[in-house]
Design a protein. Structure first.
Length: 70
């Protein structure tokens, strides 16, 4: 065998395989109602998940984000 060797490297993370779904994503939900959604990364590989939620800070509302692990 000779060197250098050709090696195919697979990506650690495939963002197109992330699934985001739930009533908070599918339907228009008034801001005054509680809602939820899920982020499924099981088939996406190994990487930290970052979630950004845009909040209207001009309104006097309590916004809570609770991550759940299964």
């Amino acid at each position: 065998m000779s060197s250098p060797f050709n090696v195919q490297v697979q990506p650690n993370f495939e963002p197109h395989k992330v699934i985001v779904d739930g009533p908070g994503i599918r339907n228009g939900v008034p801001a005054s109602l509680e809602t939820s959604f899920r982020i499924d990364t099981r088939d996406a590989g190994f990487e930290q998940v970052d979630v950004s939620i845009k909040v209207n800070t001009k309104k006097n509302r309590k916004n809570i984000f609770t991550p759940l692990k299964k």
